[in-house]
Write a protein of this length. Structure first.
Length: 402
């Protein structure tokens, strides 16, 4: 019996030490570690990690049945925190094919109800402007959610500030269930992981909240998180779901403020009525914006004899520039610079080409800003923009380099 205990102990130690590196034996680090952090320092293995290595799986406290598509209702309100900023999102119209949202920043966008499909159209964006996307495939086939479910689909889009448009493929898979604690409470969620060429997105969907409670995005050099702060559903359709929202603090129980929907006069259209005149006006306004954008977004093809951009280096003086357009690739931005240089030869003659990268959020992916640089201050860059805006060219002052 004694020899059996010794053998078992040796086996466990081998499993633990197999995950260790030389740095894990730096006792000066261990000596400065608190008890709560000791498991992480010891071979970079937490107790749950050791359990997984010897075949002990720690699952969620509540086992959920396969989750059907979420059902959205007018009035559903979600408050999220992202990068220290609170944003309130509210459903203003919903049917089987489309959900229309607005937020407290004045943006309007439409989605489907399957959660993983990016916005189909949007009224405004600080970088992209108005735009829309088309889905190739059927992302909703990932529902009902169950571990191992997988779907792949294509996305094509364009916007007023990205004349060349974009296209990419997304693959999503349900990795299982996981307990998640966010400001809004404790949730048992389905972990959905989606991958594109330029980034990875992890969504933790709670049937009780009818939305994701946590979203994590990872790009080549950046990472962002968006977590649920509060939820107020328009009805009690989730009252019988076992994984309930735990709101034990004043912050969690505080009701979100009501978003005012502007009243707009409109003529009759073929769009189905929601029964609410204000909501119908909002949807008609969004559709009108998209149609105007589509009429203006046709761009002329570049000539084959287009000359190579003279320089792609930032000017030696001035950290600021003007954002003129957005593209999916640096190559596309260079072509765009050539076109703008011809169109605004006098205005852009003293500026140099540069690019910066940004995340357009809401599943749109990473884009490249086309910048004209050579300004010492952001104020000077924005002052320059007034000249181009008078000629109906998008222009915004931005920092172009550290």
């Amino acid at each position: 019996m004694k020899s059996l205990k010794i053998s078992t102990l040796l086996m466990v130690m081998v499993l633990i030490l197999s995950g260790c590196s030389r740095d894990d034996f730096d006792f000066s680090k261990i000596a400065s570690t608190t008890i709560s952090g000791f498991g992480e320092k010891f071979g970079n293995l937490s107790l749950s990690g050791i359990g997984e290595q010897i075949g002990i799986q720690s699952g969620p406290l509540v086992k959920l049945s396969p989750a059907p598509l979420p059902v959205y209702a007018v009035g559903d309100t979600f408050v999220y925190s992202s990068g220290g900023t609170l944003v309130q999102e509210q459903v203003v119209s919903a049917n089987e094919d489309r959900v229309t949202w607005t937020n407290d920043q004045g943006m309007i966008w439409t989605t489907t109800s399957d959660l993983i499909t990016p916005p189909m159209s949007w009224s405004s964006h600080p970088e992209l402007g108005r735009g829309r996307q088309t889905i190739i495939g059927n992302p909703s086939t990932i529902f009902p959610l169950a571990k191992g479910n997988k779907v792949a689909f294509g996305i094509r889009g364009n916007s007023e500030n990205v004349p060349t448009g974009w296209r990419h493929e997304q693959i999503c898979e349900v990795l299982g269930q996981k307990d998640i604690t966010v400001t809004a409470g404790d949730f048992t969620t389905f972990h959905i992981s989606c991958k594109r060429k330029d980034h990875k997105e992890d969504l933790y969907y709670s049937p009780a909240a009818q939305n994701y409670v946590l979203r994590v995005r990872e790009f080549a050099n950046t990472k962002s998180q968006k977590q649920l702060v509060s939820v107020n559903l328009g009805n009690d359709r989730t009252k019988n779901i076992s994984a309930k929202v735990d709101r034990s603090t004043k912050e969690r129980t505080s009701l979100p403020k009501k978003i005012k929907i502007p009243s707009v006069k409109y003529s009759k259209t073929g769009i189905p009525s929601s029964g609410n005149p204000d909501v119908d006006a909002l949807i008609v306004k969004l559709e009108a914006m998209i149609k105007r954008f589509e009429a203006l977004s046709v761009s002329k093809p570049l000539s084959k004899d287009a000359k190579k951009v003279s320089s792609d280096k930032t000017i030696s003086t001035g950290k600021y520039g003007v954002h003129l357009a957005s593209y999916r690739t640096v190559k596309g931005a260079k072509r765009g610079w050539k076109v703008l240089k011809k169109k605004f030869k006098k205005e852009l003659r003293d500026l140099r080409f540069a690019t910066t990268e940004f995340d357009a959020s809401k599943g749109k992916g990473t884009f490249i800003r086309l910048m004209g640089v050579g300004f010492k201050t952001k104020k000077a860059a924005n002052k320059f923009c007034t000249r181009l805006k008078k000629k109906r060219q998008y222009c915004k002052g931005e920092r172009a380099r550290p």
